[in-house]
Design a protein around this ligand. Structure first.
Ligand code: BGC
Length: 376
């Protein structure tokens, strides 16, 4: 599928060099309902930035980054214990998503002339891989010598209805430049479809510290994929110009989210795939988000063609997260780098088919910076 360009390789090599001072340690994170022990890995760089990742679901449990004064906050929604994730799988907080990120319409697709039927776990559609997607499995962890964490999972032929045994290797690196870099690879023994992403919910004020409506978002996208009532793309690549989906200039998430717009009504807010403007197949800026009060800035670069900008519309205050804080509607936003939803049924979209002998390679970088001068 995506071949790494020479530019990407240079950046990846740079990332390894920067990540050399990152340390990794691990501890128990409890047991699954089947009694399997889950480990929690802590990656810390030499600036004190820290990412905690569990090998259950590859979940990013916490991510501590500085504001413009140097004060650290945990900027991802999550739970203090494994039990919190097991009890509340609905929002996919922080998890790796597969075999197919986002929706496949009518829970079916045809590949090589054969129809495959999947579990319908979102109305009549399949969402995020089905009933037991990659967010709900225990991955095999390996600490890498450069301070990274590698997670491996082999999904069986026929798992959740998908053809082919699929071997997925995901690595997390925290670099010295305050980047969380995720590299995905996958290989298969039969033709299949794959779409991998991470479902972290960010709040640059700190998880649980209010909503994200005042965050300023820029999306490097001239077009998005409008959806039907089941949130399945209609197939159109619609220009954002003149719509509330135009984030080509920094705009507060809340500035237009309540407008009387059909697409916003269908998503209950933003829950759409934007088509990343790109030249070539290398890492390209997809999004930049700034929280004006703290000065925390998140930049997202990816080799993927799309990004699902989701504003936590389905969070409803029923989940208590880390430190007992309640997650209300729009308390976090996701930037899920991806191929487009429902691509297996949309021949005009970039293909998500992976064949034996090919290797899927995909990289996404979440870079944290700060803006503005420190307040006295
Ligand atoms: C989907 C939303 C869904 C959320 C959590 C997002 O990727 O687009 O519709 O509610 O994940 O499940």
């Amino acid at each position: 599928m995506l071949a790494l360009s020479s530019i990407t390789i240079l950046m990846v090599v740079g990332g390894f060099a920067a990540g050399a001072a990152t340390k990794v340690s691990q501890a128990s994170f409890g047991k699954t309902r089947d009694g399997v022990e889950v480990r929690l890995f802590t990656l810390t760089n030499d600036r004190g930035v820290e990412a905690r990742i569990a090998n259950y679901g590859g979940i990013v449990v916490s991510l501590k980054v500085p504001d413009r004064t140097g004060a650290m906050a945990d900027v991802v929604l999550g739970h203090d214990s494994l039990a919190g994730y097991l009890d509340n799988p609905g929002p996919y907080l922080g998890a790796l998503i597969g075999r197919y990120g986002n929706r496949i319409g009518h829970a079916r697709f045809t590949l090589d002339g054969k129809q495959y039927t999947l579990a319908a776990n979102n109305g009549e559609n399949t969402l995020h891989g089905g009933l037991r997607g990659f967010d709900k499995v225990v991955w095999t962890p390996r600490e890498l010598p450069d301070g990274g964490l590698e997670l491996t999972y082999t999904s069986k032929d026929g798992e959740e209805g998908f053809p082919g045994a699929l071997k997925v290797v995901v690595s997390y690196h925290l670099t010295g430049a305050n980047e969380l870099r995720i590299d995905y690879t996958a290989t298969t023994d039969k033709d299949t479809v794959v779409n991998l992403t991470n479902h972290s919910y960010f709040n640059l004020k700190g998880a649980g510290n209010g909503d994200i409506l005042d965050h300023l978002v820029t999306l490097n996208a001239d077009r998005f994929t409008p959806v039907d009532a089941g949130l399945i793309p209609t197939g159109e690549l619609k220009p954002v110009a003149g719509t509330p989906f135009d984030f080509r200039k920094p705009t507060a998430i809340g500035a237009r989210i309540e407008q009387n717009d059909e697409q916003l009504k269908l998503g209950r807010g933003y829950d759409h795939n934007w088509v990343v403007n790109r030249k070539g197949s290398g890492l390209t800026l997809a999004a930049r988000v700034e929280e004006p009060a703290s000065g925390r800035v998140l930049e997202v670069e990816t080799t993927e063609p799309g990004v699902q900008f989701y504003t936590g519309n389905f969070l409803d205050g029923t989940i208590k997260g880390k430190g007992g804080k309640v997650y209300n509607q729009r308390y976090g936003f996701c930037l899920e780098t991806q191929h487009f939803p429902d691509s297996p049924n949309q021949p005009a979209f970039p293909t998500t088919v992976l064949k034996p002998g090919q290797q899927l390679r995909s990289t996404t970088v979440f870079r944290f910076r700060t803006s503005g001068a420190a307040k006295k």
